[in-house]
Ligand binder design. Structure first.
Ligand code: SF4
Ligand code: SF4
Length: 345
């Protein structure tokens, strides 16, 4: 499962920037599904789920863009929404490698913090490694036997070859299968932590749709055990970039999308570059009570933080969202047409 987040750990300056952005009626983060294509077929993938885009169309059925149309389409979205942070997700972003090689230097020059979330199924160009403000997040779901079975052809062997010379963030989505053997997560950390290519490791927990019954879902008692384990692992492995407050947020996720700071501060757009994914990157009807998204938990932790006068950051954000929506028509509006020529297939 891919992650669409802007950071598990925000600095004070990031919060102030995001706050200013919200007050001006803008959404601080933009997440774009750059393509409808993916050579993987991971079990439990929400992007290709039936309800991801609201039920009337599937990601695979959308028209998407290539070449100049894709580059200009994304730049137009960036120009329009002026995000502080852009996540490029898929499908698999590396399917549009040539376009990304054109786009990333342009985004870097515009000082947009851009995160490419990939399975590393193809070699990552060496010149991406020197781009300022570009971060690569590689989805690695479990140890080699489980990962390779779930995510072939993006196998461990390929990932290790394709990330050479880069500094990447590992993102692992914990599924029930990874909880069935004691010490599994520690073994995962032991494998990835010593590698110089790895700057940080993030762990999400599988988030189902309401009513979903897939085996990936962690039963409640297992989820509680995993949360306890993460709290211990973060003390042992500094690369596990998850503050205690973030991990604690997994205990009680936001009650619903209206109470999710992440959902309210991230505009997610799918591969036709028109349709908005709601209520959050998962689309459909996600089960917030079982949310394990590291980005949502990170912002929930920030929101729960109490300032010296006793007011929570979240209540200030909420008030600011209301003001911002009055000022800039901030509230989401589903499908948004673009003006550039629409050649998407
Ligand atoms: S790589 Fe991502 S988009 Fe592709 S099938 Fe797997 S989870 Fe879905
Ligand atoms: S809490 Fe709900 S709305 Fe927020 S990211 Fe999780 S599933 Fe989506």
């Amino acid at each position: 499962m891919v992650i669409r987040c802007y950071s598990s750990r925000m600095r004070n300056s990031d919060i102030v920037q995001a706050w200013k952005c919200i007050l001006a009626g803008r959404t601080p983060a933009l997440s774009i599904e750059i393509t409808r294509e993916c050579p993987l077929s991971c079990p439990g993938c929400y992007a290709y789920g039936e309800s991801h885009l609201g039920g009337d169309v599937l990601l695979k059925q959308l028209g998407d863009y290539r070449e100049e149309d894709l580059v200009s389409g994304i730049l137009e979205l960036v120009e329009r929404y002026r995000p502080l942070h852009l996540s490029i997700v898929g499908g698999e972003p590396l399917v549009r490698l040539r376009e990304l090689s054109q786009l990333l230097p342009l985004l870097s020059a515009r000082r947009i913090n851009t995160q490419v979330v990939t399975s590393a199924v193809r070699p990552i160009p060496a010149d991406w490694a020197v781009l300022d403000r570009v971060t690569l997040v590689v989805s690695i779901d479990g140890l080699q036997p489980e990962h390779d079975a779930r995510r072939k052809p993006a196998t461990y062997d390929r990932i290790l070859r394709h990330i050479a010379g880069h500094r990447i963030i590992v993102h692992c989505t914990i599924t029930r299968q990874m909880t069935e053997r004691a010490g599994y997560l520690r073994e995962f950390m032991d494998f990835w932590t010593p590698r110089e290519e790895i700057s940080k490791i993030w762990m999400s927990i599988f988030t189902p749709q309401i009513g979903e019954t897939s085996y990936e879902i962690l039963p409640q008692e297992v989820r509680a055990r995993v949360i306890g384990e993460l709290l211990k692992l973060r003390e042992i492995y500094p690369k596990l970039d998850m503050p205690r407050s973030l991990i604690h947020a997994y205990v009680k996720p936001p009650a619903d999308p209206d109470h999710c700071i992440f959902a309210k501060t991230t505009r997610c757009v799918t591969a036709d570059l028109r349709r908005r994914i709601i209520p959050c990157q998962f689309g459909g009807n996600p089960d917030c009570s079982q949310c394990g998204c590291v980005a949502s938990a990170g912002l929930e932790a920030v929101g729960r933080y109490r300032l010296p006068m006793g007011v929570s950051v979240g209540s200030i954000f909420n008030l600011s969202l209301k003001i911002g929506s009055l000022i800039g028509g901030f509230a989401g509006d589903g499908i948004e047409p673009l003006s550039y020529s629409s050649k998407g297939g």
